[in-house]
Write a protein that binds this ligand. Structure first.
Ligand code: BLG
Length: 486
């Protein structure tokens, strides 16, 4: 039909269309910040290089803030570009600059005061401010008890603001601010007695407790705090809305819960006493065996921290350990396994670690090819503990139930059946304490995570400096004494 329309008219129609298009184009809003980010394909996030935010672990970049930001970038379909700030102040400063980061994900407390400078997203973590002091000192129980103490906090931190607020009521209260230290330095200073107290966020304390044996919690300051991301001030709220929608979803679908559990769950897992015991064992025991763990792991091409985690689960790194069933040594070898691995003395820690490493690799290699990593590692751990035969029985039970015999999540549900007559009577290898490998694997995974965490490169200095300390007169028996309750 259009073909029969006179050319003049067609031309007029085209002109009209073009004019309309141009008009619409000139009236159209400029792209929003969110659209620009998506167009550019990069989300720039500023954070701090610290245990509770961003650090390198065995698989590359990690940290609560990093992982959450990475998920947000993935959600937007863009790349994540991380920059790190040397101080909290610097993070705030750079945030406002042209071409600066789009948001700060740096464990920031969303205080009213800071709310004047930045726009905070929905909170994603509730924390308390905890006052910590050195074990053996009189425990402060309320703000008044801090008068006359040597206290230091980070410059520009919310804790500095909290102390200033307290000063209004307690004029005798003094404290120092420093921008030359990190939270871990403050904790070390309390641990070593250079200062009497500091203030930390409960999540940061949870992560750092594993290094410091002398740190104790005095009390929590009143009123909880929320941690949130910060965006620069501005009219355009497209990014803020996208961020809040993302955070709300992460809360709803359990992502936030999983991240909290992964990064701050160590202390819940170990318990407070267990966390201090672990810190002591890390200082006093691990250095004696670390070289053997490293050398053995290197020989077999595995991560030394996995071997060390097996050793911690088996004996808490004690070479003379003996189980109720007569299995012995740091890596808890049965007599038969020890013999097969060429171990002549199970109580010799070096032999035990080498034999344990060799055995782990042997059972790992012997697993069916259909089992892939990381499950393959969990299966190998289970075989280390319960034997390959019983593990095979559990895999057969899984298959019969329509579950996947190559997935640890499925097979671990079947293992406990090996101790129930109705099930084990029909298996090839019969009865086994099937619940044990389930706990065994779960604990080792957790210890492996903890060890990865405490041996990450930027914390290595802390750990090594401390383990080099010569503590005269400390015996194994002292280490096993019940630790005093907090
Ligand atoms: C493991 C052996 C496996 C053996 C299984 O027992 O010992 N692993 C090692 O020696 C490293 O070789 O498998 S089999 O050879 O195929 O039969 C089954 O016999 C050791 C386990 C036993 C367990 N700890 C390493 O994980 C143990 O001591 N359990 C008892 C704990 S308690 O005393 O009741 O608390």
């Amino acid at each position: 039909m259009f073909a029969h329309t006179p050319l003049r008219l067609r031309y007029a129609a085209w002109l009209l269309a073009t004019a309309l298009f141009l008009m619409l184009g000139s009236c159209a809003e400029p792209p929003s910040q969110l659209e620009r980010i998506q167009e550019e394909g990069v989300l720039r996030v500023i954070t701090r290089n610290s245990p509770s935010t961003y650090f390198q672990d065995r698989n590359g970049p990690a940290g609560f803030e990093y992982e959450l930001a990475k998920r947000f970038a993935d959600h937007l379909g863009v790349k994540l570009k991380i920059e790190t700030a040397d101080s909290i102040e610097q993070a705030f400063d750079r945030l406002g600059r042209p071409g600066g980061p789009h948001l700060a994900a740096a464990g920031l407390i969303a205080s009213d005061e800071r709310g004047q400078r930045v726009r905070f997203t929905l909170p994603y973590l509730d924390v308390a401010t905890q006052v910590v002091y050195r074990k053996g000192q009189r425990r402060p129980t309320r703000p008044e008890d801090l008068v006359g103490k040597r206290i230091m906090v980070l410059e520009g931190s919310h804790h500095a603001a909290e102390l200033e607020a307290l000063q209004a009521e307690l004029p005798g209260l003094n404290f120092q601010r420093s921008d030359a230290v990190e939270v871990v330095d403050l904790l070390r200073m309390v641990d070593e007695g250079q200062i009497d107290a500091t203030l930390v966020q409960s999540n940061e304390l949870a992560m750092n407790q594993l290094y410091f044996t002398n740190i104790r919690t005095a009390f929590d300051l009143e009123g909880g705090n929320s941690v949130a991301w910060a965006l620069p001030q501005g009219e355009d709220d497209s990014l803020l809305q996208a961020t809040n929608a993302f955070l709300a979803k992460a809360q709803e679908n359990g992502t936030l819960q999983r991240l909290r559990e992964r990064y701050y769950g160590h202390v819940d897992f170990l318990g407070y006493v267990g966390a201090y015991a672990f810190a002591r064992h890390l200082q006093e025991r691990l250095p004696r065996y670390e070289r053997t763990f490293r050398e053995t792991a290197k020989k077999y091409g595995i991560d030394w921290r996995l071997l060390a985690a097996i050793g911690y689960q088996e004996s808490h790194w004690q070479p003379e350990a003996t189980s109720k069933t007569g299995v012995r040594g740091l890596m808890m070898l049965t007599q038969r396994t020890a013999k097969a691995m060429g171990v002549t003395n199970r109580l010799d820690p070096k032999q035990s670690i080498q034999g344990g490493g060799k055995y782990f690799v042997k059972v790992h290699e012997a697993l069916p090819d259909s089992i892939e990593e990381p499950d393959r590692t969990w299966f190998a751990l289970a075989a280390y503990n319960v034997g390959a035969g019983h593990l095979e029985d559990a895999r057969r039970l899984a298959k019969a139930e329509g579950l996947n015999p190559d997935k640890w999540l499925d097979v671990k549900q079947m293992l406990p059946r090996l101790s129930q007559k109705q099930w084990y009577s029909k298996t090839r290898y019969g009865y086994a304490r099937g619940g044990e490998p389930v706990h065994f694997v779960a604990n080792i995974r957790r210890y492996y995570d903890i060890l990865t965490w405490v041996t990450q490169p930027q914390m290595e200095g802390t750990r090594l400096a401390r383990s080099d300390l010569h503590l005269p007169g400390i015996t194994e028996a002292d280490l096993d004494d019940n630790l005093p309750p907090l």
